[in-house]
Design a protein around this ligand. Structure first.
Ligand code: NIG
Ligand code: FE
Length: 412
């Protein structure tokens, strides 16, 4: 099956196969081709270029994109979309003045979602999660990482990871799964965190590995959750099963999570709303990519990750949705791009790089998605008539997407 997209007003993020991520000043550059064609063959990007270079061959379908802009799909490298129900009462409590941490201390927060998940059947949880995935695909997401972490028992964590596996099999979008058993200490282990960590290491990890249910391992490394020593122990245990770390660090406090993650060869460190000078120095010496989650900052009214500081120091960075019921009940990557520009002072080019090629890198997927590159999966979206791609962040809050293609198939 070959499809030829013609008269594309602007084809955005066209890259050479060798580029896995872009760092620092390179992030200001977003290569595009005006008046372009795009040729898709058997689910992959086969060729692209200016209209005058269109190859002479017979195709199955021709799609005229006059006046329209095409971008590669968003690569959302941090989400928690497998959750049950919602936490709208906590939302109202926060409006009335309680903080995220106070709500968690009063039995709300992650443990509230854990309770709801336990009461939900595997089928019901799958349906809720698949619905969320469909919703974000329609909003342009074409590759996503999904974490466990609302189970916190052996059976419930496995239940979540199996659901992620089913989503992997049933959707045409690359999905990576992350084991986040160390998301919170469950009620039962309130006075014995060490025993819960033992459960993670001795029971959960071997079972997950046996069924091959996770690509990555994560820990909520934060005051009141898991310490540096806890994090080290869990990441080291994960290494035995080849689980690469992607770690929640520096959301509220800088306690050394960046350093311990980078020492354990983490692929990414995520959140970083708080960043010390020492943290910055560690990042400059490491290959670990920082991931900012601006919709979490927006929703919780906490500081935004200092993106300018990271990029002006030559670092790469990605942006992701953090879609979850407690700190970011939205998986809209268009809004994430807007917030990155408006609140973090990223240029549209930097934000689009962070949400595509660098997001792919933060999932170990930059050889498959994240740019318009020959041989990559044909996951992209077409914008409605807009003067330029700047309209994605500029006209925040409205959907500018006209059509979504996954593996070259129109899905929305
Ligand atoms: O990334 N910070 C830890 N985990 C999630 C929030 C989880 C929740 O509140 O349900 C986050 O923000
Ligand atoms: Fe998160």
């Amino acid at each position: 099956m070959t499809q030829l997209f013609i008269n594309i007003k602007e084809l955005v993020q066209v890259r050479d196969a060798a580029i896995k991520k872009v760092s620092g000043i390179e992030m200001k550059n977003l290569p595009t081709i005006k008046n372009a064609f795009l040729l898709v063959k058997d689910e992959l990007i086969f060729d692209f270029g200016t209209m005058d270079k269109i190859p002479d061959l017979s195709v199955d379908e021709i799609i005229d994109c006059s006046g329209k802009i095409i971008l590669p799909s968003w690569c959302d490298s941090h989400s928690h979309i497998v959750f049950a129900g919602n936490r709208e009462h906590e939302f109202v409590d926060r409006i009335k003045g309680l903080s995220y941490e106070e709500i968690a201390r009063n039995g709300g927060g992650i443990l509230n979602s854990t309770k709801k998940l336990k009461e939900t059947s595997e089928e019901g949880l799958y349906d809720q999660s698949a619905k969320r995935l469909k919703e974000v695909i329609a909003l342009g997401t074409g590759a996503i990482e999904i974490k466990s972490g609302y189970g916190l028992t052996v059976s419930s964590e496995l239940k979540i990871l199996r659901i992620i596996n089913r989503l992997k099999n049933n959707f045409d979008t690359p999905i990576k799964s992350t084991f986040l058993g160390a998301h919170a200490v469950p009620e039962k282990f309130k006075n014995n965190k060490a025993a819960y960590i033992d459960l993670i290491i001795e029971e959960m990890l071997p079972k997950i590995a046996k069924e091959n249910l996770a690509d990555f391992i994560d820990v909520f490394c934060e005051t009141g959750y898991f310490s540096i020593d806890d994090t080290k122990k869990i990441l080291t245990a994960g290494k035995k099963y080849n689980l690469i770390p992607k770690v929640h660090v520096n959301q509220f406090n800088s306690i050394g999570g960046i350093e311990i993650s980078s020492k354990n060869n983490a692929l990414s460190v995520d959140h970083l709303e708080v960043l010390s000078d020492r943290d910055l120095e560690v990042l400059k010496e490491s290959n670990t990519i920082p991931v900012a989650l601006p919709s979490c900052s927006f929703f919780l009214s906490i500081p935004y990750t200092p993106a300018r500081k990271l990029m002006d120091n030559g670092l790469a960075m990605a942006i992701a949705s953090d879609y979850n019921p407690g700190s970011s009940p939205s998986g809209n990557m268009n809004l994430v791009v807007s917030l990155a520009c408006i609140k973090m002072k990223m240029t549209p080019e930097e934000a689009i790089n962070a949400a595509t090629i660098n997001g792919a890198y933060a999932m170990n997927l930059s050889e498959k998605v994240g740019s318009i590159t020959k041989g990559k999966i044909a996951n992209f979206f077409i914008l409605k008539d807009v003067p330029s791609y700047h309209f994605i962040p500029y006209f925040f809050g409205s959907n500018r997407i006209n059509a979504v293609y996954l593996k070259g198939k129109k899905v929305h």
